[in-house]
Design a binder for this molecule. Structure first.
Ligand SMILES: Cc1cc2nc3c(=O)[nH]c(=O)nc-3n(C[C@H](O)[C@H](O)[C@H](O)COP(=O)(O)O)c2cc1C
Length: 319
């Protein structure tokens, strides 16, 4: 057996991942009518065939009708998605890769002319500079409905044979609650850190009630918004450790920064010419502080750096 750190298997609950290489969530905009059909399946099946351990499919699959896709994303709020998801998972499993999917509600991160033109909701009246939807300040009945939508979507993904789900918590609704920069609500969902976390905890509880304890549920979170007045590293670790201690979260996927403007997003998703592995040591410090299995991607373009990330204990997986 190889000694290469990237080729060592890893046990995530009941799931054996055959190595430490994964694809992180990104939307190729291949859905047809919001469904992951043949092209989508082929896209992920090829990577599974190439030997990755885990495909984190979708980018921002939408849990609610009032979260219209910014790209051409998967509509996880429709029941008809289940057989398409089943085809996708079967095709990846056939090559020995595990398959999960990222679920989200975009909150304010959408446009005014998308989807069914329902009002975008967020915990403030502030528009996102990039997408500029006119937002409705979220109300109690919106919150209750969206919590149920998350649980319904998670159940659909489980029914479609997914090995797990990842909740998107940077720049989207769940993070719009957590960040002091985007939450002007009062209690019980605004104000203190405990209150700003309440939505994520309610969603996790609703999901766990629906999918059980064994199903794998992780979170992709900006642990540090890197902006004055935003979530600090210390805040982010408090949030992560609260999730960890709840026993409802099985892994973290670490992000650093914000995506509300294009320049900010470029620090989260670095482009050509920018520094390599800018947040790798940061992700390692999150892993140390939380002890949770940790995924991370941000311009780790070579095998040597990925190998270092795993062998030095910075990450459990690399993309
Ligand atoms: C076109 C595109 C779409 C993406 N969509 C998502 C998404 O929906 N959700 C998410 O968490 N990350 C998304 N990402 C970020 C990637 O998962 C990854 O973090 C990023 O590409 C940095 O890793 P890399 O340098 O290895 O490409 C997207 C990236 C790209 C390029």
């Amino acid at each position: 057996m190889s000694n290469d750190p990237l080729l060592q298997p890893y046990q995530l609950k009941h799931l054996t991942l055959k190595n430490r290489i994964m694809t992180t969530s990104h939307e190729p905009a291949y859905p047809e009518d919001g469904m992951p059909k043949d092209r989508y399946r082929a896209y992920h099946a090829e990577r599974a065939k190439a030997g990755i351990a885990l495909a984190m499919t979708a980018g921002s699959a939408a849990v609610s009708r009032d979260s219209p896709p910014v790209f051409n994303n998967i509509l996880a709020y429709k029941d008809e998605v289940v057989p398409w998801v089943q085809n996708l998972t079967d095709a990846c499993h056939e090559h020995g890769a595990a398959v999960m999917i990222q679920l989200t509600h975009l909150g304010r991160r959408t446009r005014w002319d998308k989807g069914d033109w329902l009002p975008a909701v967020t915990p403030s009246h502030n528009r996102e500079p990039s997408h500029r939807a006119f937002v409705k300040k979220i109300e109690d009945w919106d919150i209750a409905r969206i919590i149920t939508d998350y649980a319904d979507a998670a159940e659909r993904m489980q029914a479609g044979g997914m090995d797990g789900i990842e909740l998107e918590v940077f720049g989207h609704l769940m993070d719009q609650f957590i960040s002091p920069l985007t939450n002007t609500l009062e209690a019980p969902y605004g104000g203190s850190m405990e209150n700003r976390m309440r939505f994520s905890m309610d969603v996790l509880r609703a999901i766990r009630k629906r999918v059980g304890d064994d199903f794998i549920v992780g979170i992709r979170f900006t642990v540090d918004e890197d902006q004055a007045g935003g979530t600090t590293f210390e805040d982010g670790i408090t949030v992560c450790n609260t999730w960890r201690d709840s026993g409802m979260v099985d892994f973290l996927n670490v992000i650093r920064g914000r995506i509300h403007t294009d320049p900010a997003m470029t620090d989260v998703i670095p482009v050509q010419g920018m520094k390599n592995a800018p947040h790798l040591d940061f992700a390692g410090s999150v892993r140390t502080a939380t002890g949770l299995p940790t995924f991370h991607a941000a311009k780790i373009p070579d095998v040597a750096t990925a190998r270092h990330a795993v062998s030095a204990g910075l990450l459990t997986w690399s993309a």
